[in-house]
Write a protein that binds this ligand. Structure first.
Ligand code: MN
Length: 156
């Protein structure tokens, strides 16, 4: 495979990784809580207004609970699990499309004893995520479904 070919095609390795794409830890900075999740940037180009990333969490892993001004467009690519969007927990599975609007709390969890992987389209230039403060988090856990979701004991 020549150098020119790599400009156009990065072949899938059939294990949810791609040739020439680095598999990185989820967050490079900060104290945002998360567990067992890796990040691959699939498309990032200064001529694009957006980026496409692939995130994958191991069984029982989860993404950071956060909100921000930018939106996400997500396609589940591997496994099943749950996601919190706003104040509702929903089941998600392979090829489901998930819209996360601006300023909406969100978190993905691999609740099915298997990896959960998804493509995430996002603005190339975007604001920094906000984490819930203690009060906001306490308010969310007043809901029994959300409390079980955060504890990783949700069964539905
Ligand atoms: Mn986010």
């Amino acid at each position: 495979m020549g150098r020119e070919d790599e400009m156009y095609i990065r072949h899938s390795r059939q294990d949810y990784t791609w040739e020439g794409v680095e598999r990185m830890p989820y967050k490079e900075e900060g104290l945002a809580p998360f567990k067992a999740i890796a990040r691959q940037i699939l498309f990032s180009d200064q001529d694009f207004e957006c980026e496409l990333r692939y995130f994958e969490m191991a069984a029982d892993g989860f993404s950071t609970l956060e909100r921000h001004a930018h939106a996400h467009a997500v396609i589940i690519l591997r496994g099943e699990g749950h996601c919190l969007i706003g104040d509702t927990v929903r089941q998600v599975g392979i090829f489901d499309l998930v819209r996360i609007p601006a300023w909406t709390w969100h978190q993905f969890r691999a609740t099915r004893g298997e990896p959960l992987g998804f493509l995430c389209m996002v603005n190339a230039r975007r604001d920094k995520p906000q984490l819930p403060n203690e009060e906001e988090f306490a308010a969310m856990t007043n809901d029994t479904v959300l409390a079980a979701f955060f504890k990783g004991t949700l069964i539905t």
